[in-house]
Each structure stands twice: as structure tokens, then as C-alpha cells.
Design a protein around this ligand. Structure first.
Ligand code: GUN
Length: 302
């Protein structure tokens, strides 16, 4: 039977450390890290995610500021809010919950957030920093997944990791982090030929495609570590249940270690958001700079 990598327990440890360091920052610098969460529209799943993020911030001693905007909000209004938050020295992190309603340009909004406040790590400058091994803010789900992997592997060097999925939020940054940890990395996706055979070679499988129970037992090498990023709502006998991208019941008996869904990567994502907010606050404090106009935007405007 596989070792279960318990995301609830591990995220509580991460949050505990964040909470202690937040208190230190308050005591030493009279600064309370603050996270602005922007939610546009009424997507029910996004409302649940935002509620959990705000609750978790409170538990870590981080101040959260919620901005709820109507589903028909236009680009100009959202940009004006981001601009205000960029220029507010008391706001250290900005998170715009995705997906946004169709009339809004997601890429433009992400680029409008100041990279130092981009606690999601989605801004092109942070993406570039991660790809080139420089310090920036790292996307929360891959960061949480790496912390989980480090529970099982003291050294990831030379391991073959297969990442299933190539999203900007998970697949691509996950591959970059694994590469940085000296893994041999394959990224497989919808156009990959013979995904099963590639996965079967992997010491580490990270599944991030958003398809319930896609990964079956015969995709997994015995003893492999399996990180399941998927959170898929499915109906089972008339009841709504959350399923991962991995067929847990079939894979668990042969994997070396595995994350459950729920209670796996999900709580780690939120804990890492708090970690990133603290990191952002610390960096802004040490930089001591008050000009938060976005350099990427300013270039285009000059
Ligand atoms: N929607 C789904 N996952 C995420 C995430 O990690 N960050 C944001 N901002 N929106 C999301």
C-alpha cells in the first residue's frame, strides 16, 4: 500500500510556520501582510475557493481585503481596481480569481498586476524568473506539490518525472520546478502519443489535466510517487463527489506514495498562497520602494 501524503496535515504545518513569521513581521516592523482577493461574477466554484482563501488568510494572521465585482464588469473598471491595489502600500498581494467572465482579457489583467504583488506567480516576469532560475513568486499549486514531493524524496536529482497537462497554472511551472530540482522531466498532453507508456517509466507522476480518474493502475510503475492535482466534481449514485485525475482506488495499492483528493494538493495550494503573501510583504519591506506602477505596463504606455 502506498504512503499517503496528507495535504491537510502538511498544509497545517506550512500555515503554522507562516503564522509565526507573520507575527514576527508584525512585532519587528509593525507591518501586517495583506492580500487583496478580487472575484468577478458568480461562478459557484470560484466563490468557494475565495471563501477558503479568505478564511485561511485570517488563520495565518494575514489581512484580507475582498473585492467582489458584478459579472458584467468591464476591463477598464477591473484595470482601475488593479491600479489602485498596485499603488496601495498596505496591500502586499493581489489575487484575481480565475476564470474571468468572457468579456475580460485574462492575460491583460494578469500582466497589469505588479509582479512584486503577483502572489499567484502568473505575471510574465514571474513566469520568466521561474523559467530562468531567478527569484520571483512561484505559482501556488506547483509550489505546494513540490513541498509534498520533498516529504517523500530527500533528493529529487535524476528522477524521471512525468507531468500530465501543460497549463500555465500548473503543468508548465511544475515542469520548471522539477527541472530546477534536477529531475528529468517529460510533459505529456492531449496530443502526446502513448501517454500510458511514458507514465509507466516515471518515478514521479504529476497529474494536472482536469479529467476525473484518467490515470489508471497500468499507467503507474510500482513504487512511483503520484501527485494528483485534479479536483473534478462528479455525480456518484446521485451524490456530488470530488475526484482527482487519478483512479485512486486502483493506483494506491501499487504506488509508493500518493496524494488523496480531497485533502491532498488543494489545501497545499491555499497554504502556499499565504506563504507567497508573506514572501511578497517581506520583499516589499526590504525593497522599501513605494512606486508600484507596473513596469511591464509602463513600457507599453511611454
Ligand atoms: N482558479 C483556479 N486556480 C486558480 C489559482 O491558482 N489562482 C487564481 N487566481 N485563480 C484560480
Amino acid at each position: 500500500m502506498a504512503r499517503l501524503i496528507d495535504g491537510k496535515q502538511l498544509s497545517a504545518q506550512v500555515l503554522d510556520t507562516v503564522a509565526t513569521e507573520v507575527q514576527q513581521l508584525k512585532a519587528e516592523h509593525s507591518v501586517t501582510p495583506a492580500l487583496a482577493v478580487v472575484l468577478v461574477g458568480d461562478d459557484p466554484a470560484s466563490h468557494v475557493y475565495v471563501r477558503n482563501k479568505v478564511r485561511s488568510a485570517g488563520n495565518a494572521g494575514i489581512r484580507s481585503i475582498e473585492h467582489r465585482l458584478d459579472a458584467d464588469t468591464d476591463q477598464q473598471t477591473l484595470n482601475a481596481l488593479i491600479d489602485n491595489l498596485n499603488n496601495d502600500p498596505d496591500v502586499h498581494g493581489i489575487l484575481v480569481q480565475l476564470p474571468l467572465p468572457a468579456q475580460l482579457d485574462e492575460d491583460q489583467i494578469i500582466a497589469a498586476i505588479h509582479p512584486d504583488k503577483d502572489v499567484d506567480g502568473f505575471h510574465p516576469l514571474n513566469v520568466g524568473a521561474l523559467a530562468s532560475g531567478q527569484s520571483g513568486l512561484v505559482p501556488c499549486t506547483p509550489l505546494g506539490s513540490m513541498i509534498m514531493l520533498q516529504q517523500v524524496h530527500d533528493d529529487l536529482s535524476g528522477k524521471h518525472a512525468v507531468v500530465i497537462g501543460r497549463s500555465n497554472i500548473v503543468g508548465k511551472p511544475m515542469a520548471a520546478l522539477l527541472l530546477q530540482a534536477n529531475c528529468t522531466v517529460s510533459v505529456v498532453h492531449s496530443r502526446t502519443r502513448n501517454i500510458e507508456a511514458l507514465c509507466r517509466q516515471a518515478d514521479i507522476v504529476v497529474a494536472a489535466v482536469g479529467r476525473a480518474e484518467l490515470v489508471k493502475a497500468d499507467w503507474i510503475k510500482p513504487g512511483a510517487t503520484v501527485i494528483d492535482v485534479g479536483i473534478n466534481a462528479v455525480e456518484v449514485e446521485g451524490k456530488r463527489k470530488l475526484k482527482g485525475d487519478v483512479d485512486f482506488a486502483a493506483v494506491e495499492p501499487l504506488a509508493g506514495a500518493i496524494t488523496p483528493v480531497p485533502g491532498g494538493v488543494g489545501p497545499m495550494t491555499i497554504a502556499c498562497l499565504m506563504k507567497n503573501t508573506l514572501t511578497a510583504a517581506r520583499r516589499q519591506l526590504s525593497a522599501g520602494d513605494t512606486d508600484k506602477s507596473n513596469p511591464a505596463v509602463a513600457v507599453g504606455q511611454s
